[in-house]
Design a protein around this ligand. Structure first.
Ligand code: GLN
Length: 202
């Protein structure tokens, strides 16, 4: 059976992720309930507003089901707000009063790390598993990773060394939005990871 990638579709730019997966010919579907989650082999948490998505995850009873699936090995990838949700903690200065984190990547993130001057910007970034050429990374009110644990691999850094893409085993987080560019290499890489893990689980 061909694996299916779920895209959490509660708030944020889930449609752009689905469109990119569709362009690649990867089977994908929206995830809104624990039942939807059971039918997917990998999950993308989109960009949006982490506090809103967090509240909706609670309201739709998805927090524990997502944690359990990822802890059991299901690949998960969070972009921007999705990275914040995957982290273990949010820098206290930038943490909202009600800020859910799933704690699936041993990292601390700082929200809206680029301030109002550079709320949104783009740059070329070398992403380790994709190799050259670099990808065009789009940052929108983006977080950065401010601390990582020993089990976390850095996949991409800004020129000043700040980590903006991280991986802890089957959990991946990017501060930028590959779904907003034409370059589908990051999605293709994630789809390959999902394929390997679902073959391993079969
Ligand atoms: N600033 C948003 C947050 O903290 C994330 C922005 C995004 O996902 N593009 O949730």
């Amino acid at each position: 059976m061909r694996p299916t990638i779920g895209v959490l579709a509660l708030q944020g730019d889930f449609a752009e992720h689905l469109a990119t997966l569709d362009r690649l010919g990867v089977a994908a579907r929206e995830v809104r309930t624990a039942r939807d989650l059971r039918s997917v082999d990998g999950l993308i948490l989109p960009g949006g507003e982490s506090t809103t998505i967090g509240r909706l995850l609670e309201r739709f009873d998805l927090v524990e089901p997502i944690r359990a699936r990822v802890q059991a090995g299901m690949p998960v990838w969070g972009t921007c707000a999705g990275l914040i949700l995957l982290a273990r903690d949010v820098d206290p200065e930038t943490r909202a009063r009600h800020q859910l984190v799933l704690g699936l990547i041993h990292a601390v993130v700082r929200r809206n790390a680029f301030g109002s001057q550079r709320e949104s910007f783009e740059c070329d970034l070398l992403v380790e598993p994709l190799g050259p050429p670099p990808i065009r990374a789009v940052f929108i009110r983006a977080p950065v990773v401010s601390a990582i644990g020993p089990t976390v691999e850095v996949l991409a850094r800004l020129p000043d060394g700040t980590p903006v893409a991280v991986r802890q085993g089957n959990a991946i987080g990017t501060a930028f939005h590959p779904e907003l560019t034409e370059d589908a290499r990051f999605h293709a890489w994630f789809a390959a990871l999902v394929e390997c893990s679902s073959v391993g689980a079969a």
